[in-house]
Design a binder for this molecule. Structure first.
Ligand code: TTP
Ligand code: MG
Length: 401
């Protein structure tokens, strides 16, 4: 049986994470409908639900629902505002526990991670014993429950962890992948959002089984790249590896201009945008970096890189931007048009650790702000925020001048 598994991928997802942490900390909330999110203000509140405990979900309350609607469905619920720091602490605890099973852990959100246990499963016995052990250690060491999916690929493991939530364990061995996927709604597949679902349902496709009946060529013809992706997902084909943080050596972004550029305003705002992309990626991975590098390519393709190592690692957009701006000084007044500009951060380390000073508290505050910005970007798209920020920084520079 063990030999059938070429790869063993585990997906772990904590149950009603924010709400469960709240219930853990305040035992009087256990067994009650707890809703974490915006203030409902007696039904008049704005904003949305972050998450709801399983008791509250019985009333139809769920993540991303307007808080006013949640209040209508469950007026007697306990409404709490999110305590990000507390959740982050538990998230780190859980991630540390997962590292007891393999170094190959990829955290993909605050309460979710993939593990590649292909090389370590034998240390725990079989796949099922390993799955039970993961859940047991999480529960014993944090008091929280997790749902676990185990499959030969990431996409199937992710679907499996959601299959018997909460406190679930679903194992899909290689020879059961098709059987497992077939009856599921296509919306369960990775990357199938509302729009794709609409297109598929117009084609009469609602289940993965129905999707599988379509040959690759037809799907590609009708939906391009998405069609090829759907074909792979529906057939359980997913070669993506688990990327642990140690594999990431640096994070960088660059932009080639449509026409070679001389405008200082455009160059600096591009640097800001690139710094922001780099830092939001670092924050997503829970990383900081010590070295900032700038890359400049002129229209004649001559390319220069400059770097600066900081005394403390950072993942703050403002800091990375300021360093890039400094590094850029020597390229100003060169009277040559620039074709490409790039910003990167290397010498990475984990966000955790180190002593806290007043300076750190100030940094932490900024970090929180930037995290909020990441969230806004996720919700409303990059453009809105980037423009706002770029404008602000221009304004600030003008004021200084
Ligand atoms: P999820 O894992 O999607 O949800 P969950 O852990 O609350 O519940 P489930 O048992 O279904 O896994 O998200 C993890 C946390 O992220 C969640 O507790 C709160 C936060 N979150 C938001 O703030 N807004 C959102 O829209 C979603 C989906 C999650
Ligand atoms: Mg969860």
């Amino acid at each position: 049986m063990k030999n059938q598994w070429k790869k063993v991928i585990v997906h772990v997802d904590m149950d009603a994470f924010f709400a469960s942490v709240e219930q853990l900390h305040n035992p009087s909330l256990r067994g009650k409908p707890v809703i974490v999110g915006a203030d409902p203000r007696g039904g008049k509140g704005r904003g949305v639900v972050s998450t709801a405990s399983y008791e509250a979900r019985k009333y139809g309350v769920h993540s991303a629902m307007p808080i006013s609607q949640a209040y209508k469905l469950c007026p007697h619920g306990v409404y709490l505002k999110p305590n990000g720091r507390l959740y982050k602490r538990y998230s780190e605890l859980v991630m540390d526990i997962l590292h007891q099973f393999t170094p190959r852990v990829q955290a993909i959100s605050i309460d979710e991670a993939f593990l590649d246990v292909t090389g370590s499963v034998h240390l725990f016995g079989d796949v099922e014993t390993l799955g039970r052990e993961i859940k047991k250690r999480i529960y014993q060491q944090t008091g929280l429950t997790a749902s676990v999916g185990i499959a030969p690929s990431k996409s199937v493991a992710k679907i499996a962890s959601d299959f018997q939530k909460p406190d679930g364990l679903t194992i899909v061995p290689p020879n059961k992948v098709q059987e497992f996927l077939e009856p599921l709604e296509v919306t369960r597949l990775w990357g199938v959002g509302k729009k794709t679902f609409e297109v598929l349902s117009r084609m009469g496709i609602e289940t993965v089984g129905q999707l599988r009946a379509y040959p690759l060529e037809v799907l590609e013809q009708k939906m391009g790249k998405m069609g090829a992706h759907l074909y792979r997902m529906a057939n359980g084909i997913d070669e993506r590896d688990v990327h642990d943080r140690d594999e990431i050596k640096s994070v960088s972004h660059e932009r080639t201009f449509g026409k070679d550029e001389r405008e200082l305003e455009v160059l600096t705002s591009t640097m800001l945008l690139l710094s922001e992309k780099v830092c939001s990626r670092l924050r997503k991975y829970g990383l900081k970096g010590k070295t900032v590098q700038l890359k400049v390519r002129y229209s004649d393709f001559s390319t220069f890189t400059r770097h600066k190592t900081l005394s403390d690692p950072t993942n703050l957009t403002e800091e990375v931007f300021n360093v890039s701006l400094n590094l850029f000084q020597e390229f100003v007044n060169q009277d040559k048009a620039i074709r490409l500009i790039g910003v990167g951060v290397s010498q990475l380390s984990s966000e955790k650790g180190g002593q806290i000073t007043l300076w750190d508290i100030e940094k932490e505050r900024k970090l929180e702000l930037e995290r909020v910005m990441d969230k806004i970007q996720e919700k409303f798209g990059k453009e809105a925020l980037t423009h706002a920020q770029t404008l602000t920084s221009h304004k600030r520079r003008k004021e200084k001048e």
